[in-house]
Design a binder for this molecule. Structure first.
Ligand SMILES: Cc1ncc(COP(=O)(O)O)c(C=O)c1O
Length: 353
């Protein structure tokens, strides 16, 4: 099975408006986008067109009933050749399909995902920033397009990919609030998917945390609010003297691709990494005992960022002043080396377009 992708190139490239020294995050989009249509039976009309508005019925099913899922991934400019390198794109493809299955949406064939992605990146390759800390953020997504009122799975869908050049998402260590009132996900729910509703539902607790002076929420388990899970858009690692601990996966957390890469990198660098339950109590006790060296978080957008401190039950606990960033620095450099094509890609994670 092959997918023929038609390409309509833009007549008005916006590349001239793009200042690689002042990129920001998520504000400027590349010249083209990829679209495909699920007609109830098969994927059709795979095409690349100039980036621009989509026309939708007011009754579009995704808007009302939430069948809408997405992915976030990146391409980096090879330090030596400048050519785009996609980082572990097939992991995003697999995760998109795990979300699709849970939301009763059609699976995207690997060939459609990869061919659409690679053709788009090839066409917009000039947009991949070559500046320090810059990358091309790539947003594959799918949403229900039936114009129909009634709660049932849509018969038709759009799968799309667009891209934006980005700089760092966060530029400083973060303060996070351990969330004890609100929950992001529950057992049996959709926490392990990247469905749009997970993010909409997190905005109110996040806003509350920001009003209290924090940058992000640190979600805890929904039943007891005593076990650490993840932040709004990242997974979390706690570094102790002889081991690194990260909360084990379950169906209330998103299986981060950066998390998996960092676990493998830490092990490569000789650290012991344990995936297990991590309680807020343990974090507090071991911080007080001087055993907690650092906490850091990982995600495609955020990359790897240290935690300044965390708030819990009305008290703030400073972590950063423990001052040892050797573990996070080490693994960040290791990962950057691979993603930028500077060091040997021992796990074959990079794909060139
Ligand atoms: C809730 C949540 N957790 C963790 C992550 C990190 O996942 P990844 O490393 O694949 O970007 C993300 C980002 O996609 C996320 O939205």
């Amino acid at each position: 099975m092959g997918f023929e992708i038609t390409i309509e190139k833009t007549q008005n490239s916006r590349i001239g408006q793009f200042d690689p020294k002042n990129i920001g995050f998520g504000k400027i989009f590349t010249d083209h986008m990829f679209l495909a249509h699920w007609n109830g039976n098969e994927w059709t009309n795979a095409r690349i067109v100039p980036y621009g508005p989509l026309s939708l019925s007011p009754a579009t099913s995704a808007i009302h009933y939430g069948q809408s899922i997405f992915e976030g991934m990146k391409a980096f400019a090879d330090k030596k050749t400048g050519q785009p390198i996609l980082f572990r794109p097939r992991e995003n493809w697999k995760r998109l399909n795990r979300s699709a299955e849970r939301m009763v949406m059609p699976v995207v064939p690997e060939e459609l995902f990869m061919d659409g992605l690679k053709s788009l990146i090839q066409l917009d390759a000039e947009w991949v920033p070559k500046t320090e800390g810059g990358s091309l953020y790539i947003r594959p997504y799918m949403f229900a397009t039936d114009d129909f009122i009634g709660v049932k799975p849509s018969e038709t869908y759009t799968f799309a990919i667009f891209c934006c050049p980005v700089g760092p998402y966060y530029t400083k260590a973060l303060k996070i609030k351990v969330e004890e009132e609100f929950s992001r996900a529950a057992p049996g729910g959709v926490g392990f998917t990247k469905c749009a509703g997970n993010y909409g539902a997190a905005m109110y607790p996040t806003l509350r945390a920001q009003q209290e002076g924090y940058d992000q929420v640190l979600w805890t388990d929904p039943l007891t609010h005593t076990l650490v899970e993840e932040t709004g858009t990242t997974n979390l690692f706690a570094v102790f003297h002889n081991e690194v601990i990260t909360p084990k996966m379950g169906n209330t957390l998103l299986a981060g691709i950066t998390r998996d890469s960092v676990i493998q990198g830490l092990r490569e660098l000789g650290h012991s990494v344990i995936e297990r339950e991590l309680s807020v109590r343990e974090l507090k006790d071991r911080l007080e005992a001087g055993e907690l060296k650092e906490i850091f978080i990982t995600g495609t957008a955020a990359t790897l960022i240290r935690i300044q401190g965390f708030g819990h039950a009305g008290h703030y606990h400073e972590v950063l002043e423990q001052g040892d960033s050797s573990v996070s620095d080490g693994v960040k450099n290791w990962l950057d080396g691979i993603r930028l094509g500077e060091t040997e890609d021992i796990f074959n994670w990079n794909e060139r377009v």
